[in-house]
Design a protein around this ligand. Structure first.
Ligand code: SF4
Length: 308
């Protein structure tokens, strides 16, 4: 039986996701009657959100080859400038919903390259965000997805180097990567491009972990940041699970011999609030009248000791 449900201080939609959904929403509403509207790649990595647009008649494409006319919306994860140019030359009107924190990486990289640097980008080579970043300077950016891949890169003694990282990377892992990179290339300039929303959601897991026996992270299997929150939860509290919806919750997780009476709830940056609410409702169904629900954002922080 669940005795306590703890809700993470920061969870769910981030600024970039809210903004991208709003842009796509308004475009579908105001222009969708007269023009075909297509989103290139998933607007954000969440099935429920993607499905919602699909049901409203908004087209989805993973390649520009599949879009011949109308309006093209660029997802929150961004895109290579060459794709935007190609879309415009096909006569498409481009509406850019790239998150400003992804655009910030483009600016950092463009400036570093103008200063003569070659970039090592630490991230998932198959993620839309990485494709957009690499597309900004394919011959100057090398992607490494693991410590091994990083260490296998050449020594490049005569190159000025810069290190950037996927916005949703694990901050602890990135500190390790930074250390390895500085050992291998003491001249490397490090740009920590992990976004605020990611750091806040990861810190919230660490804050919640000592208070619970299990953490449920609501998010899609396609969401890099949700998967990372689930793996951080597993490391920090022993039991951390990624669930897409409330239907994934199994009552036997809370059997008396399972040792789980306190459950934490978090959600990735692309998870809509209604999915989080459904999970809380389901957990409440598996609770009793005495179950306490703690919202960490309401917990007053201990006062800082003052000097003197
Ligand atoms: S996770 Fe960060 S970079 Fe990605 S959309 Fe949200 S705010 Fe932007």
């Amino acid at each position: 039986m669940i005795k306590k449900i703890v809700l993470a201080r920061y969870q769910g939609f981030c600024m970039g996701v809210e903004r991208a959904i709003k842009i796509a929403d308004e475009t579908a509403e105001t222009r969708g009657q007269n023009s075909a509207v297509t989103i290139l790649n998933e607007i954000v990595h969440n099935e429920a959100v993607v499905d919602g647009f699909r049901r409203r008649g908004v087209g989805q494409a993973t390649s520009l080859d599949d879009v011949d006319s109308g309006l093209l919306i660029i997802s929150a994860h961004g895109i290579a400038p060459g794709t935007i140019e190609a879309a415009r030359s096909k006569g498409l009107e481009v509406i850019d919903a790239t998150c400003p924190l992804v655009t910030r990486i483009y600016r950092i990289i463009n400036k570093a390259i103008a200063d003569g640097l070659y970039i090592i980008h630490y991230g998932d080579p198959h993620h839309d965000e990485t494709a957009g970043i690499v597309g900004h300077a394919p011959d100057r950016i090398t992607v490494a997805a693991s410590h091994e891949e990083l260490l296998a890169l050449p020594d490049w003694p005569n190159r000025k180097l810069g290190l950037t990282v996927q916005t949703t990377a694990h901050s602890r892992q990135f500190r390790e990567v930074e250390k390895l990179a500085l050992t291998k290339w003491p001249q490397i300039e490090v740009f920590n491009t992990i976004c605020n929303a990611t750091t806040q959601r990861q810190d919230s897991i660490m804050e919640m972990a000592p208070l619970v026996d299990m953490i449920l992270v609501v998010g899609s299997q396609t969401s890099a940041n949700s998967k990372r929150l689930a793996s951080l939860s597993a490391d920090a509290c022993g039991k951390g699970m990624l669930i897409e919806t409330a239907a994934d919750i199994k009552p036997e997780w809370f059997d008396p011999d399972a040792g789980v009476t306190r459950v934490g709830v978090s959600a990735g940056a692309s998870t809509p609030q209604f999915l989080i609410d459904d999970v809380i409702d389901r957990l409440l169904q598996l609770s009793d009248q005495s179950t306490e629900v703690v919202r960490l954002k309401d917990t007053p922080k201990p006062k800082q000791a003052t000097a003197g």
